[in-house]
Design a binder for this molecule. Structure first.
Ligand code: XMP
Length: 492
């Protein structure tokens, strides 16, 4: 296989169609499950890149709700940890299964106080507790309707403890749902054996969980999210704060992951953060993968220079064409640690190539650029329409490599204080303007539909099965294209 792919990337290949056994190419019916890291499985193999023009909370929420995961970038100024932590918190608070810290009030509080608390928190249910956090009752917005708030206390309008259905302990969501269905209730408070409040389950949260069956969630029903850190400067403090905020995976992301700096960073991370899920990169050779694997990481990001905003290869002549990098990396990892194929996916068809040649999941940057969920301002630019020669103003968003001079200057990356370092890094990325394209959700859904079509062409029932069939007999699939074959395939 390696001889076949040396020097090659996505546009150098097509796959032979196989006898199809699928009746429907519907992403809802085809298993696309894949591992992002040793401890984290996704129902969709999509990861949004940790770039400051791609992934902040809004993108991470959309991608997790669609079944993938977003990695919040570290493009904040060194020492400014809190803004990145806040993005993680926004994602973690977006959905609940069990609300572990519901808003509470005491029975002696006035109805006016209760109404004010509902207004400021935006919630319609307050859990009534005593001074030892023991459950006393529930107060809902309905209990306050048509009553004079200037008179009376919460005790006077709440549904008291003895009339509530209450669950002891923290049930799994299916069990909670069963209780709520059988007893026809919308709210289920959870208490410990002494009656102290443990949490609250609401029917509305359970409905949301049902509406998004492929979403990537943790055991408490919250969306999962990752965050990137560097390998120098404030990275350990940043990791500790992100983990405290509930981040599901940390990504140590540097341009050249097969390095002394990375070895030190992984050791220090493990010492401080124990066995928290850790993905590291980037590498593009079997030696690079083995180096990270031996240091006990949970996932490896592969890609040196294929990125849409990247100029590393132009400026240094180092890098590995992405298909070669993936095949080599897969060989070295041997399935012990998942591979994230990072960069170079410019058309939907390249997704299945990344997943067959070696990726367990695929990280996308430029493919998501210009969507509503990306951070950054919209700028209006004059564009000449070729047919009419008229000038129109078109809204654009900026997409840029994280090692572009613009990104570096913005975050004044004090991790590498020496000017020489900054200049060297500045040579490896660029900034481009991308026309606005609307929400990322239909873009992701289209990609997944195309992936399902590819599974059908490949003669498999699921992504996992296609990967297995491909790896058993790659020659059955792989066609190395000639120049004219490439033109016929991809030039339109
Ligand atoms: P795509 O092709 O999806 O790639 O846009 C996203 C990946 O590109 C990498 N990246 C960079 N690589 N200089 C580089 O050499 C840069 O400035 C840069 N910025 C991003 C990164 O791995 C990302 O996930």
């Amino acid at each position: 296989m390696i001889d076949l792919v040396r020097g090659a990337t996505f546009d150098d290949f097509l796959f032979n169609p196989q006898y199809s056994i699928l009746e429907r190419r519907d992403p809802a019916a085809i298993d696309l499950t894949s591992r992002f890291s040793t401890g984290l499985t996704l129902k969709r193999p999509i990861v949004s890149a940790n770039m400051d023009t791609v992934t902040r909370a809004e993108m991470a929420i959309a991608v997790a709700e669609e079944g993938g995961i977003g990695i919040i970038d570290r493009g904040f100024r060194s020492g400014e940890i809190e803004p990145q932590v806040r993005e993680v918190e926004i994602v973690k608070r977006k959905q609940h299964g069990v609300i572990a810290d519901p808003y509470t009030i005491t029975a002696g509080a006035s109805l006016a106080e209760a109404a004010a608390r509902m207004r400021t928190t935006g919630v319609g249910t307050l859990v009534v507790v005593d001074d030892r956090n023991r459950l006393q009752g529930l107060l809902t917005a309905r209990d306050l309707r048509f009553v004079d708030h200037s008179q009376g206390t919460v005790a006077f309008r709440m549904t008291p403890r003895e009339r509530l259905i209450v669950q002891q302990g923290t049930p799994d969501l299916a069990a909670a749902e069963e209780v709520m269905r059988a007893r026809k209730i919308k709210k289920l408070p959870l208490v410990d054996k002494d009656g102290a409040l443990l949490g609250l389950v609401t029917a509305r949260d359970l409905v949301t969980q049902r509406d998004l069956p492929f979403a990537t969630r943790d055991a408490q029903g919250r969306l999962r999210v990752g965050a990137a850190i560097g390998a120098k400067g404030d990275y350990l403090e940043r990791a500790a704060e992100l983990i405290r905020a509930g981040v599901d995976v940390i990504v140590i992301d540097i341009a050249h992951g097969h390095s002394l700096v990375m070895a030190r960073a992984i050791d220090a991370f493990r010492k401080q953060c124990g066995d928290a899920q850790l993905v590291t990169g980037n590498v593009a050779t079997s030696e690079g993968v083995t180096f990270l694997l031996e240091r006990g990481v949970n996932g490896i990001k592969v890609g040196i220079g294929p990125g849409g905003g990247c100029t590393t290869r132009l400026n240094t002549s180092f890098g590995v064409p992405q298909v070669q990098a993936l095949v080599e990396s897969r060989g070295a990892a041997g399935g012990r640690v998942p591979i994230i194929a990072d960069g170079g996916v410019r058309r939907d068809g390249a997704l299945v190539q990344a997943l067959l040649f070696g990726g367990d999941t695929v990280m996308l940057g430029s493919a998501l650029a210009g969507t509503t969920e990306t951070p950054g301002d919209i700028v209006q630019k004059p564009v000449v329409v070729p047919e009419s020669h008229k000038t129109v103003r078109v809204p654009f968003k900026v997409f840029r490599g994280m090692a572009s001079l613009e990104a570096i200057v913005d975050r004044l990356d004090v991790e590498d204080l020496e000017a020489a370092d900054v200049e060297a890094l500045g040579a490896e990325g660029m900034e481009i303007a991308v026309p606005l394209r609307g929400s990322v959700r239909p873009i992701l859904r289209d990609m997944l539909k195309h992936l399902c079509s590819a599974i059908s062409y490949g003669g498999a029932r699921s992504l996992g099965e296609l990967q297995e069939m491909f790896r058993k007999d790659p020659a059955r699939y792989v066609i190395r294209l000639t120049d004219s074959g490439r033109r016929e395939s991809f030039e339109r």
